[in-house]
Design a protein around this ligand. Structure first.
Ligand code: BG6
Length: 520
């Protein structure tokens, strides 16, 4: 029996109280003086994620006064035009404070550039001038928020203009996903990057690693004694990692038609979460050692047998339906999508980690757009009790325990177990011990992007993807992508209704193993 079948008593949720934080007060870390140059400054990522994050960090006084931003893009505009564009975007954030914005916007500058030509002279000149004015000590963070086709040209120009050199200050480059399209293109990009920057200057970003609950996986596992002894094949039946989204492609057809869900969510976010769940404890909490352990998980991923791909992979595409009470169009009706597009917007993949701890424990990974709700969670489902001692007394079989790490929308840790139902008759109750992650916390709440931006400025690479990890993740996924996109055994793209939990075939993937997905 699996957890989907058991009768959770919805009234029986046990709240978990917080005890005082351990040890010294947990103080915020403050980045040093620096500047940030954003390429792709008029784009969606800058407006939706980067600028709101920088604004909040300034408002919360986490960024120093000696900090400024240079936006660079192809759009023709001046500093004031850029400030207005950014204000419109940032206004959307909760608790927008016009006064704080005004102060922050004085530190925003803009230069038009042409990515295909070496036109960075204007940026260099501006940096020299503003660095003097703001006293940023020539610490420079270059952020690639452009379409990936522009990456190589920008990196080459930064190199040839001497902007990647370190001397008086540091020079770092942040590279957004998608980092290549497959293993070969990722390696080609890698060559350009490492010709112009040293690996220690490169920050391959995956914003999922900036999510509190993803980092919390390590604390839960390695700062407690009680979980680790049972965190293995002896006690764990299987693991589910779900990243479900209710939104569609939000006008990003140009990108999504090339990417699809496997590149968009699996190569990076989902595999990274898997690495945190499956990794071994490093000897010390130090960036390179933690990254070593994550990389070892990728090295242990069992290659999928392409000849039996459909036994491990289900892909789907959303058809018209209803999400949150509103009509939603199908993927192929979205603007910019080819009418006969076979690009998957949903995938469910069964993988194994071949090592002593995880041998033969399936990890079921699932992600999709236009599903019934937005939620990301990891479910560790334990095996059943070895002996059903209550079989004579209870009508139902005893379901297994589960440990649920909710990443979004609300961050919580939940443990599902059985107790006796109060009363004279012996009955079991399936209950949930529930810890809302932010309970009792009164400090500053950082979004995923805020967190990773601070780390780039501090030079802490723990939450970034290392070259070997990136290549191994692509190495695992590329044969699957090739087979799924062009191979003779290419699986069907199953349609699912917008607002559902994905195609029925994804349920079958687990059902044939005697299991069920755990939803919200
Ligand atoms: C991005 C993907 O990396 O992550 C998007 O490109 C996706 O398609 C997004 O919507 C999800 O991030 P989050 O933080 O909203 O779960």
């Amino acid at each position: 029996m699996d957890i989907g079948d058991s009768n959770l008593d919805s009234e029986a949720t046990i709240k978990v109280g917080t005890v005082a934080p351990t040890g010294e007060p947990c103080e915020e870390l403050y980045p040093p003086p620096c500047c940030m140059v954003i390429f792709g400054a008029s784009g969606d990522l800058t407006r939706r994620k980067l600028m709101p994050a920088l604004y909040r960090l300034t408002k919360d006084k986490i960024l120093p006064d000696n900090f400024f931003v240079v936006g660079a893009a192809r759009t023709e505009m001046d500093d004031n035009g850029f400030r207005r564009m950014m204000e419109d975007a940032v206004k959307e954030v909760k608790n927008f404070d016009a006064k704080a914005w005004k102060e922050f916007s004085k530190r925003l500058f803009y230069r038009k550039i042409d990515y295909s030509k070496d036109t960075f002279e204007n940026i260099k000149k501006l940096l020299d001038e503003k660095e003097e004015q703001f006293g940023t000590g020539r610490n420079r963070l270059f952020y690639l928020a452009t379409p990936p086709s522009a990456y190589s040209g920008i990196i080459e120009t930064l190199g040839s203009r001497g902007l990647s050199e370190e001397g008086e200050g540091w020079s770092r480059i942040v590279i957004e996903k998608p980092y290549g399209h497959d293993l070969e293109s990722a390696k080609r990009l890698e060559e350009v990057v490492l010709k112009n920057f040293d690996e220690q200057q490169v920050y391959r970003i995956d914003h999922y690693l900036g999510k509190e609950t993803v980092q919390n996986i390590m604390m839960l596992r390695f700062a407690n004694l009680i979980f680790e002894p049972i965190w293995n094949r002896r006690y764990i039946d299987h693991v589910q990692i779900t990243v479900a989204e209710s939104m569609g492609i939000e006008g990003r057809a140009g990108y999504y038609e090339q990417a699809g869900v496997l590149r968009d969510m699996f190569q990076n976010h989902i595999l990274q979460v898997l690495a945190f769940i499956a990794m071994e404890p490093p000897s010390i909490y130090e960036s390179e050692l933690v990254r070593d352990e994550r990389v070892k998980v990728f090295r242990a991923l069992r290659p999928i047998d392409i000849n039996k791909l459909s036994e491990s992979l289900v892909i789907g595409q959303y058809a018209a339906g209803e999400v949150g009470g509103k009509a939603a169009q199908g993927y192929i009706e979205e603007e910019g999508v080819a009418k006969d597009s076979m690009v998957p917007t949903f995938a469910a993949l069964k993988v194994f980690v071949d090592n002593w701890r995880w041998q033969d424990v399936p990890f079921y990974l699932r992600s999709g757009k236009r599903l019934s709700e937005k939620f990301s969670q990891v479910t560790i489902q334990f095996k059943g009790v070895p002996h059903q001692m209550f079989r004579e007394t209870l009508a139902a079989e005893i379901g297994p325990n589960a440990f649920i790490l909710r990443i979004q929308p609300d961050e919580r840790v939940q443990l599902r177990f059985h107790t006796k139902n109060p009363g004279s008759k012996v009955c079991l109750r399936d209950v949930l011990m529930d810890f809302p992650y932010m309970q009792g916390y009164t400090g500053i709440e950082l979004s995923d992007y805020e967190r990773v931006l601070i780390d780039c400025m501090l030079g802490d690479k723990m939450l970034f993807v290392r070259r070997d990890g990136m290549e191994l993740a692509w190495g695992f996924l590329t044969p699957i992508l090739k087979a799924a996109e062009r191979g003779p055994l290419r699986p069907e793209v199953d349609l699912y209704k917008a607002g559902s939990y994905g195609p029925f075939e994804a349920d079958k993937l687990l059902q044939k193993d005697g299991r069920r997905w755990v939803n919200l």
